[in-house]
Design a binder for this molecule. Structure first.
Ligand code: GLU
Length: 478
């Protein structure tokens, strides 16, 4: 086989949809696995609905996911001449014909067919016009479209994912390939580009399967071989519908904002409908490239499971290098108003240690804001119920006072020394260490749970801890 060439062809009418990101990823993995080429093509012939901002967002999203392309971006809006040439070829070879039916007429006929419960398909009124009739219609200045003539027969798609799918051509309408304003429709522009770009495999969502039949017919009419097709099931929503806003975030940008790592999203999307054939779950990009194959893409609808994605993200957060952890989390903290200032070396080191301590519990980069709020802000809020539960029992006040005294004596406020002091006090009082640990945690952090208490106290620092213990006393003084 010659060089594999695949493409992703987003329309810049919105952000990069999570489903399109998965399609892009499968194309990319296939190309890298086969040492082929991955091409980016922007399908922006719909000028009213496309925008340069959306092109930027799509490009940024692909870059963020690390899906680098070898050619492009090509813009369909800059290739109009080419589509016109192909349309002309189809017209000359009598595989296409002019249609003068106006949109209103077509709508009327369609509505009538629906009312009479008949299937609607363009009735080829303009196929057999006499030259005089045509001249007359042209004189009227009617809008003119170009329709592709669908021949009789049957069209077969040998799909690499779905298997063999057939359709009788009588179920396919003579489709418009050039609009009345001269712009090509999706099907024409798509096949012209796939041909010109020598695309060998078209890997796309199965919402395009009905277009594939039409495209195969156009390839035939042009005397050109069709590429191979692989249609990916798109029903990612839990209700098996195409994933939409109802299911949560749909754009890649939103996942970035929610604190997902691109590596985790790539890993998750790769396994969403494809499997390596064993039970591996955490797979690096290199591993994925090595073993990816279309043969292992499932024809069944996968289900997008945000909890699974969060779990996977937590695994990637745990694996981050310390420096990367700080670099990635800091912007989220800054957005919340913390650490706006330039951080000195000491503060950076401190923050790094805080994040390392917290990361066991983080599923997303945004979780650190909440997980560590008692580190970042001077004031902490005490939930009345937690106070009631952990600080109001008889004797707690005394324990807090004594802990404060012992901590004040510590010269080196290290996790180790804090623990020794606490255990010594527990022994003296004849109580279990846990009876001191729980109220202490609530007093110092306002929370019932969290990371290793002694380490977090060390990082909070003596001054803050003593102040919080004192404040707690006022909460339980009455
Ligand atoms: N612009 C089309 C889309 O975004 C491309 C479909 C294709 O891959 O052919 O759905």
């Amino acid at each position: 086989m010659g060089e594999v060439r695949v493409r992703i062809a987003p329309s810049p009418t919105g952000f990069l949809h999570i489903g399109t990101a998965r399609t892009a990823l499968y194309n990319w993995l296939f190309a890298r696995n086969k040492r082929g080429k991955f091409i980016l093509r922007i399908e922006d012939t719909d000028l009213e609905r496309s925008s340069p901002q959306m092109v930027d967002v799509i490009i940024d999203s692909l870059r963020w996911l690390g899906l680098d392309w070898d050619e492009g971006p090509y813009f369909q809006s800059q290739r109009m001449e080419l589509y016109r040439d192909y349309a002309q070829r189809l017209l000359t070879s009598k595989n296409a014909y002019y249609c003068y039916c106006s949109e209103d007429e077509l709508r009327e006929r369609r509505e009538r067919a629906i009312k009479e419960k008949k299937d609607w398909k363009y009735n080829r009124r303009c196929l057999r016009l006499t030259p005089e009739e045509r001249q007359e219609l042209e004189r009227e200045g009617r809008p003119t479209t170009l329709r592709f003539f669908v021949p009789e027969g049957e069209t077969v798609v040998e799909d690499l994912v779905c298997g063999r799918v057939e359709k009788d051509n009588s179920d396919i309408e003579d489709l418009i390939i050039v609009r009345s304003d001269g712009r090509p429709t999706y099907n024409l522009a798509c096949i012209v580009d796939d041909l010109e770009m020598r695309i060998t495999h078209v890997i796309r969502g199965n919402d395009h399967l009905s277009n594939t039949f039409k495209q195969i017919l156009i390839y035939k009419a042009l005397g050109a071989p069709s590429p191979q097709f692989a249609h990916l099931p798109l029903g990612l929503g839990e209700d098996r519908s195409k994933i939409s806003k109802r299911h949560g975030a749909v754009s890649v940008t939103e996942y970035k904002k929610m604190g997902f790592l691109p590596e985790a999203l790539v890993n998750y999307l790769a396994l969403l409908g494809w499997s390596p054939g064993d039970d591996r779950e955490i797979m690096s990009r290199q591993e994925l490239v090595k073993v990816f194959s279309l043969a292992r893409v499932s024809p069944r609808n996968p289900i997008f499971d945000i909890q699974k994605l969060e779990w996977m993200n937590s695994q990637y957060i745990k694996g981050l290098e310390e420096g990367d952890l700080l670099r990635l989390v800091l912007p989220f903290l800054r957005e919340k108003g913390w650490f706006r200032e330039e951080l000195g070396e000491e503060k950076r080191e401190w923050l790094k240690r805080v994040l390392l301590l917290l990361r066991e519990r983080a599923h997303k980069l945004t979780d650190f804001e909440d997980l560590g709020s008692y580190f970042f802000s001077s004031e902490i809020e005490y939930d009345p119920q937690t106070v009631e539960e952990y600080l109001r029992s008889p004797g707690t006040k005394r324990k807090i006072v004594l802990l404060g005294e012992r901590f004040a004596e510590l010269k080196d406020f290290s996790a180790e020394n804090i623990e020794i002091a606490l255990r010594a006090l527990a022994k003296e009082l004849g109580v279990k260490a846990a009876e001191l640990i729980h109220p202490l945690r609530v007093a110092a952090t306002g929370r019932k749970g969290g990371p290793s208490l002694f380490h977090l106290l060390e990082l909070l620092g003596k001054e803050k801890v003593l102040k919080r213990l004192e404040n707690t006393l006022s909460l339980i003084s009455e």
